[in-house]
Structures are given as C-alpha cells and as structure tokens.
Design a protein around this ligand. Structure first.
Ligand code: F6R
Length: 591
C-alpha cells in the first residue's frame, strides 16, 4: 500500500531510486514519482502510471547530479489517481519534498489551519500537509531538524511512514513512522530508507528496522533515531537473510507463476526446516482459555484451515476472526487469551491493530509471518516464520500453502504427535500436480468467459473453495464464490443453470461421499463440473487428478495448486495484469 524509498550517499540517487521503486511496485502502482536534491534546489518528477513510465519521464534528469533523493509508488487513498496527487509533495516554497505511506486522519483540520496561515495546496491528498508542516518547522529552526521533525509528528494523527528531503538539511533524510513500516538499509557510505527490505537488497543486507512511533535523521551510512516522546533509541543492525535472486522472476513470465512453481520446494521447506519456537507457541496454546486466529484475505483462509487442523489434530477449539472484524471479539480478549496472527507481509494494518489491542489487554501473541523483520514479527511474543521466501505477485500463492503447513506443525507440537505429512510424498505430489499445468490451462481457456464460477468443498476443503474463488476474482476478474458443499441446496442452487461451472474439491476422505451427492444434485440442474480429486467419477465433465497420499492435509495442500494455476491461466487468457491486479496492492498498510 504505497512504497517509499530514499537514498543518501555517494552514488547516483536517481539510479538507486528507480531500481528500488521497481522492487516496491507491488505495494501500489497507480502513480509514481521522485524528488532529487540538487545544487539548484529540489527537482520533482511524478505522474500517473507505472514505474516504467516514470523511468521514461526522468530520462530528462539523467544528467542531474544528485546523491540525495526520495521516491514513491502510489496506491490512492485520498484524492484521485492524477499527476498532481502523485507523490512527492512539496511545500509552497519548494524547499521540502516528502513521500508518505499511510493515512493522516486529521489532514482536513491541519490543511485548514495551514491555509489560514497562507499555505497553498496543490493536491487533494492527506499527505501534502506533512510537506507544509515541515516547511514551517524547518524555517522556524533551520539548525534543528530533529526538533522540527518531532514537532511535526506530534501534530499528526493516523498511520504514517514518511521520508523527506529539504534544502535546509542537505544530505540528511528526515523520516518518521507510526503504524506503517519503515526500514533503513545501511552501507559504508550510503543509507536507503524504504518500506521494505526487498527494495534495497541489491545494495545491502544490513537493515535497521525503525521502531514504531519514532523519528530518524538518516545520513550516508549513519542513522540517529528517537521516539516521539523524545527518548533516544539505540539502533540495531540486522542481517537480512534473503538472496537478491529470490526476488527475481528467474525466467518466468510472471512472479505469480514463478511463485506457484516455487511450491515445489517451499512446502517441504516449511515442513522440514526450523521455523522458530514451535514448542513455546504450543505451550501458550495449551494454556490459553481463548484462542483467536486473526488474519485477512488469503491468510484468513489459512486461519480457517487452521481451525480444522487445530481441532482435529490437537483438540483445540479456536476461533478464526477476520482482522477487520476483530472489534466484536475484542471485548473477550484478556490475559488468558492467545491471539494467533497470520500474515504474509506482517504489515497488514487490521492485523496489527488487533495485535496491539490484544497485547494491551494482556493476551499473548503468536505471529505466523513470512517477511522477516516485519512489524508483526516484532510485536509478537513468539513468532513462527513460514519461510516461503519473498512473495512479489500481489495474489498470495506459496505463502498460503506454507501458512497451512506451519499451522499443521503447530497443531502437532500441541498434541505431541507426529506431523501427518510426509515430506517426500508431499514434494512428489506437488510435482505431479504441476505436471498437469497444460491440462489446467485448457480448462482455463474453456472457463475464461464464464460470468460466474462456483467452488465447493466440505470440512477442511471449504476454506480451499474460498481461497480458489479469491484467486479467480483477483487474478481473472471473474466473479467466483466458494461454498461449503452442503450449503448449496439452502439457496445458491437457484443460480445453477445449464453450463454453470462448479469446481468440486473432493479428495477421497471423510467428506467424499457427501460431496459426491452434491455433485449429482448439481449435475441434475445442468452444472458443468470440474472435479479435483484423487478419485475420478463419471459425474465430472473435467477432471484434475491430485495424487493419493493417505493424508487429508496433503490433499488440502495439493488441491489448492490447480486452483492457483486455473486462476492464473484464466487471467492470462483474459489479458489481465497478473502480477499487479487492478485496484489491489500487496501489504495493505491502511485500514
Ligand atoms: C489475496 C491476497 C490478500 C492478502 C491479504 C492479507 O491473494 O494476497 O487477500 O492475503 O491482504 O495479507 P497479509 O497476509 O500480508 O496480511
């Protein structure tokens, strides 16, 4: 949800900013812009469109010498998608430029006050107030950037991470964060503040994760930081354990396809390698009186699977809660509760808000997260890293299967019984499913013009139906609905006509026979059935075979992969923008 980056140091700021922005584009992609501090002042280039379009535009700046700058890729919240609303935003005198991620809740009030004091605004954004406030403060105390910044952040309400350059502060980038992520990559003679570590991995793997509610003055190779309260912070440099190559497409046309294929090794990696203190997390769960699994989107679907897994394997009664709907259950959260927060990015605003609320009430938090160093990781009492590796495609794929494997391992740690998954069998199973890619692509070309697609599953397969529907919607822009197979006859069956596609998740486990009966009911009404199972049946018009494994949970992991591929190929056939679906962004850092 908006990506921000800055550069200060010896080197060409423009080049670093553009390359870094490309890595950040998955966080927002409706407009992009940058500001460079030069001998003559601040030069800003910004426009609607992709980073690629910005890159063409900044060719005019190619000769500009600058070693200090900031840049932004936008996902619009306040103000339409226009060139003027694109970041950076500048102060009236052009001596300050800022880029911001988050929402300034009191922007209307601040704007009115600033206008009354003579400021002129050029955009409709909430962010622009920061530039004007900084201008006032820096002008009032030009030798005290620290004081100026602290004074500004104390006036802001809402969530924000911002970086700023100014003609008053030379090679220093001013930065602050409150409930939005900000991390600084540091090298010997440069610093790169950014929304995430992926954007600066090319240059350094030394990162300083800024504390929440802190400000920073960032100079080449050096950072000083303090809390909004004024308290000085001691900063720690963390080595980021991600290879640059993991962030590349490695020959695939799309990140999303690469990440679907990565599941060849990610599911077994999550199954066999060290994820963190599972035993400690299991102890917390055993002792808890109330357990909530809090997540959003795909991670919420993993939480729904987790409910079955923790019930069936560990006899735990847990409640999955959509992070954005957490307020209702918040009243029952106390020192006897454990909140299991599941998030790929570890930065989803709704999840973090629930976590902060739970912690404040004395609950313990177990974070199940993919991005190392994320806010969720740092807020959790115990964190489990699912180790799916960087996920760049906006649609979550490999993180989902790894979240499910991590939950199965957690449930087994609670029960003390063996994990009901065999790494070799699972690895081979993923291969066999991926081998059917051409056949799945063919089914996709048949389904691509469908108005609606339904997906059904029973028990633990129901969340997979939901997840498949989400993939079809967000990647192919086709309406899709996931349902518990048994619910069809309570209403939705009325929508089934001759040829309506229904995808059936029906491996041969305790749900098989009942789901097969639902297939017959659908068939009798003319539905076109796509069966995903290890057991073929004549009721299916199309069939994708998943290998028989003897583990119900292996089926869950294997059956979701054909759905990811199906959505991918439907999107491809429809010419959709696969890695960056319209209107969406990865890492939803606003509420
Ligand atoms: C769907 C998707 C989103 C995310 C959701 C939560 O493919 O990617 O629904 O799952 O925004 O994100 P995280 O897991 O980062 O909290």
């Amino acid at each position: 949800m908006c990506g921000i980056i800055g550069f200060t140091g010896s080197g060409n700021a423009l080049e670093v900013l553009i390359r870094g922005l490309r890595r950040l584009e998955y966080r927002g992609y409706d407009s992009a812009g940058l500001a460079l501090l030069t001998r003559d002042g601040i030069s800003v280039v910004k426009r609607v469109g992709s980073v690629e379009a910005l890159e063409r535009e900044v060719s005019s700046l190619a000769g500009t010498e600058s070693s200090v700058g900031i840049a932004h890729t936008r996902w619009a919240t306040h103000g339409g998608v226009t060139d003027r609303n694109a970041h950076p935003h500048t102060s009236c005198d052009g001596r300050v430029a800022i880029v911001h991620n988050g929402i300034i809740e009191n922007h209307e009030e601040l704007r009115a006050e600033l206008i009354a004091r003579g400021h002129r605004f050029t955009s409709e954004t909430d962010s622009e107030v920061i530039a004007h406030l900084l201008e006032e403060e820096l002008r009032a105390r030009p030798g005290d950037p620290r004081g100026a910044l602290t004074s500004v952040v104390r006036k802001l309400r809402g969530s924000f991470a911002f970086v700023a350059v100014s003609t008053w502060t030379g090679d220093a980038i001013l930065a602050a964060r409150h409930n939005s992520p900000l991390v600084v990559g540091v090298g010997k003679d440069f610093s790169i503040p950014a929304s995430d570590v992926l954007s600066f991995l090319e240059w350094t793997d030394d990162a300083i994760f800024l504390e929440n509610e802190s400000c920073a003055v960032i100079r080449p190779g050096r950072v000083e930081s303090w809390l909004f309260t004024g308290e000085e912070l001691e900063l720690k440099v963390t080595k980021v354990a991600i290879e640059v190559s993991e962030v590349d497409k490695r020959g695939y046309v799309h990140h999303t396809l690469k990440e679907i294929h990565d599941q060849r090794f990610t599911v077994t990696r999550t199954l066999t390698e060290e994820l963190g203190p599972l035993g400690e997390a299991a102890k917390l769960l055993r002792e808890a009186r109330r357990i909530l699994l809090v997540a959003a989107g795909t991670s919420y679907h993993a939480a729904l699977v987790g409910r079955y897994v923790l019930a069936e394997l560990a006899d735990l009664d847990v409640q999955p809660v959509l992070a954005s709907e957490y307020n209702l259950v918040s009243r029952w959260v106390n020192g006897d509760s454990v909140l299991v927060a599941i998030s790929q990015s570890g930065e989803t605003a709704d999840v973090l808000e629930a976590v902060r609320d739970a912690k404040q009430k004395g609950a313990k938090v177990i974070g199940i997260v993919n991005m190392p160093g994320s806010s969720l990781e740092r807020l959790s009492d115990v964190h489990i890293n699912i180790r799916a590796g960087p996920e760049i495609g906006v649609a979550a794929t490999k993180s989902f299967t790894s979240q499910v494997v991590a939950l199965i391992r957690l449930a087994s740690a609670v029960s003390g019984k063996e994990v009901p998954l065999d790494p070799e069998e699972l690895g081979a199973g993923v291969e066999q499913v991926l081998e059917q890619e051409p056949q799945i692509a063919e089914i996709a070309s048949i389904l691509k013009d469908s108005k609606d697609v339904y997906l059904i599953g029973r028990g633990v397969h129901y969340p997979i139906a939901l997840e498949g529907a989400l993939k079809v919607k967000e990647l192919a822009y086709v309406h899709a609905e996931g349902l518990p197979a048994g619910e069809l006859k309570h209403g939705t069956l009325a929508l089934i006509e001759s040829g309506t596609p229904v995808i059936v998740l029906n491996p041969s486990d305790d749900t098989h026979t009942d789901t097969l009966s639902n297939c017959q009911e659908l068939k009798a009404r003319g539905a076109r059935l796509i069966g995903i199972s290890d057991r073929h049946h004549s009721v299916y018009d199309f069939f994708v075979r998943i290998p028989r494994t003897g583990s119900k949970y292996a089926s869950v992991l294997l059956e979701v992969i054909p759905l990811q591929l199906l959505a991918y190929y439907m999107a491809l056939e429809r010419g959709a923008e696969i890695d960056k679906p319209r209107n969406l962004a990865k890492s939803v850092t606003v509420k």
